[in-house]
Design a protein around this ligand. Structure first.
Ligand code: GTP
Ligand code: MG
Length: 149
């Protein structure tokens, strides 16, 4: 089953946007399988964003992600990776469509409030990085039969 790693970044936590962001995925109909507030250590931030480690903004990105607690989430469902990216919107919040999280709630790429995995493979990789086995929950939402025919 497809899964994605979604994270409210430190600016989203500091600005009190956690509930709004979680609510968007919840209302859409995806299944939450992991959730925690967490102070990210530098080595984990570097591992998570290792594909970007040659970019000029990399040190600032690591500083940003480790600057305060984040909210780590695992979400599951058919098509969840691409759909979550649509709900999140473009990397640059000024380019993100209204109605998306970044389009509604942010103004700058360096403070774009939320992360979402960019492929199913990275979804699995990132959930493995950020969560321990016992922190994830498998369950059947009561509304399952009302979401899919
Ligand atoms: P994530 O969901 O966080 O991975 O964002 P993304 O997939 O939309 O963008 P990408 O993976 O290319 O970049 C990861 C993160 O690095 C972005 O979300 C930004 O927080 C940051 N970032 C990317 N490009 C820039 C940039 O040009 N300047 C700054 N300051 N930050 C950047
Ligand atoms: Mg990315």
């Amino acid at each position: 089953v497809e899964e994605t790693y979604i994270m409210v970044k430190p600016d989203g936590v500091q600005r009190g946007l956690v509930g709004d962001i979680i609510s968007r995925f919840e209302k859409k109909g995806f299944k939450l399988t992991g959730l925690k507030l967490f102070q990210c250590p530098k080595d984990l931030a570097e591992e998570h964003y290792k594909d970007l480690n040659s970019k000029p903004f990399f040190p600032k990105l690591i500083e940003y992600i480790t600057s305060g607690p984040v909210v780590c989430m695992a979400w599951e469902g058919a098509g969840v990776v691409a759909s979550a990216r649509k709900l999140i919107g473009s990397t640059d919040p000024l380019q993100a469509e209204p109605g998306t999280i970044r389009g509604d709630l942010a103004v700058q790429t360096g403070r774009n409030v939320v992360h979402g995995s960019d492929s199913p493979e990275n979804g699995k990789r990132e959930i493995g990085l950020w969560f321990k086995e016992g922190e994830l929950c498998q369950w059947t939402p009561a509304q399952a039969q009302w979401l899919r025919e």
